[in-house]
Ligand binder design. Structure first.
Ligand SMILES: Nc1nc2c(ncn2[C@@H]2O[C@H](COP(=O)(O)OP(=O)(O)OP(=O)(O)O)[C@@H](O)[C@H]2O)c(=O)[nH]1
Ligand SMILES: [Mg+2]
Length: 458
């Protein structure tokens, strides 16, 4: 691929604010030459790629601005594939501003948000899925988000999809060719082969589409709803998990009336813990609203933790609760709270009955909480197999589902013996969505939207 060296741009690559050091990045045509003009030390233009050089940056009056370490990367062996210089200086805002000012005087322009990554993309450093993974990686603040972004950065699903898209293009071309023959009844494209190909593409798409709910949970937190009857100890449990007195606890049933939410990282996974009003026939109008909100939260839950008072809940009631939870199709956990009031025999009987679906805890002392949280992380992990690709990006998800829908129409068309022009429309649709997914088809608008989400300097 031809490397296009565009006008030089610069930006602070490290986080703004005061730090021990800061890194300024310059990329583009003459980046090394321009930096060299400000630099006193070795002649940078004569140095090999991937070497670091100590020296000073001076202004026109030959005043030393700072002592710096300059690293040079020669095209195409750099992040943007252009000539790149990284200037590590002291992390003072004054120094950073002065060096940037000198660079601008030499004809360098300030970079737009995401412009470095955009150039890397345009020069074929990686595809769009990977470029977006760079953004996610920078924003990643939990171990799981970080892992998901890294998998996508390493090539993830786009390589496989590109190959399949290529095969689909060949079929589409044959069908378009049939169209050219108009009235004549010719079939260049083997319908059975096309069907096979569509199936194999769907086999790749489907797990990716399904991974989105997990991916989304990883990114935004797993909505974990603490539900149960009043006084079960839901708020006590929330406080114990958060290790702070977030919610009011009392022995009056119906204490919590609104939804209380906070985040908690367990084992690198972000959970959104949601404490709710206890479920019962409300005794007043406000409590009724609270109970209604609990129901809404249950409908949106990713995991339901159903808490009950171990000393006051008969087996028949538990069986009913479990039947209701099973209807909801989300992972749930039956949590017997106040195990201090529970006999060994009773617990053994429940465990025999409910197995892994039940754990006993004592929320007010924190006893056995680790057993419960381990169950929660297991739910998430069992859905997201380590190393498999998890789709976390809404844009990817939409193109994946639309490709899938277009392919389903192709299959319907094949079954119904549709004419070429109908098949051609659906094939083009599928190709377009696949192409936009991996960045083989791009519009300026799309690029602008994606890269503007980056911060300046990335
Ligand atoms: N013995 C015992 N008491 C507990 C335990 N956990 C909570 N409690 C008590 O149970 C009572 C109710 O606790 P809450 O946390 O307010 O219960 P809740 O489920 O949030 O109740 P509502 O907000 O009314 O729905 C309080 O008096 C707690 O101190 C436990 O493990 N053992
Ligand atoms: Mg409460």
């Amino acid at each position: 691929m031809n490397i296009l060296q565009q006008e030089p741009i610069a930006a602070l690559a490290t986080a703004p604010g005061i730090g021990a050091i800061a890194v300024l990045r310059v990329s583009g045509e003459r980046a090394i030459e321009i930096t060299n003009r400000l630099f006193r030390g070795k002649d940078l233009t004569q140095q090999a790629s991937h070497t670091a050089h100590f020296g000073t940056i001076r202004d026109q009056a030959n005043t030393v601005i700072d002592e710096v370490l300059v690293t040079i990367f020669r095209s195409p062996a750099s992040f943007t594939k252009e000539d790149v210089v990284e200037i590590s200086c002291h992390g003072s805002e004054y120094v950073i501003r002065q060096i940037l000012r000198l660079l601008l005087k030499e004809g360098v322009r300030m970079a737009q948000p995401g412009e470095f990554t955009q150039r890397a993309f345009l020069n074929g450093q990686f595809d769009l899925v990977q470029a977006e993974a760079v953004a996610d990686l920078i924003a990643a603040d939990s171990e799981a988000t970080h892992r998901a972004a890294l998998t996508q950065l390493r090539g993830g699903f786009s390589r496989q999809l590109k190959a399949l898209r290529q095969q689909l293009i060949e079929f589409a071309a044959l069908i378009e060719l049939e169209l050219d023959f108009g009235e004549e009844d010719v079939e260049f494209a083997q319908r059975d082969d096309l069907r096979q190909l569509v199936w194999s593409i769907q086999r790749v798409l489907r797990p990716l589409i399904e991974s989105f709910s997990v991916g989304n949970a990883i990114k935004n937190g797993v909505a974990t709803v603490l539900a149960g009857k009043p006084n079960a100890g839901k708020s006590t449990l929330l406080n114990a998990l958060l290790n702070e007195e977030k919610a009011i606890v009392s022995d009056i049933p119906g204490t919590t009336r609104d939804v209380i939410e906070d985040e908690l990282f367990i084992d690198g996974i972000r959970f959104r813990l949601i404490d709710t009003a206890g479920l019962r026939e409300a005794t007043d109008a406000i409590e009724a609203i609270g109970v209604e909100r609990t129901r809404q939260q249950l409908d949106k839950a990713a995991i339901i933790v159903y808490l009950f008072d171990a000393a006051e809940t008969p087996l028949t009631e538990l069986e009913e609760v479990r039947a209701e939870l099973q209807q909801r199709n989300v992972p749930y956990l039956l949590v017997a709270n106040k195990m201090d009031k529970l006999s060994e025999e009773q617990l053994a009987e429940w465990q025999l009955r409910f197995g892994n679906e039940l754990v006993a805890i004592q929320a007010n002392t924190g006893n056995n909480l680790d057993q419960m949280t381990r169950r929660l992380t297991d739910f998430v992990r069992s859905n997201a197999v380590p190393g498999s690709t998890v789709v976390t990006n809404l844009r990817h998800y939409e193109h994946l589902t639309q490709t899938d829908a277009a392919l389903a129409r192709v299959l319907d068309g094949l079954d119904a013996g549709s004419t070429q022009d109908w098949l051609a429309i659906d094939l083009r649709d599928a190709l377009r969505h696949l192409g936009e997914l991996t960045g083989e088809i791009t519009t300026d608008d799309l690029l602008a939207t994606i890269f503007s989400k980056f911060c300046i300097g990335k």
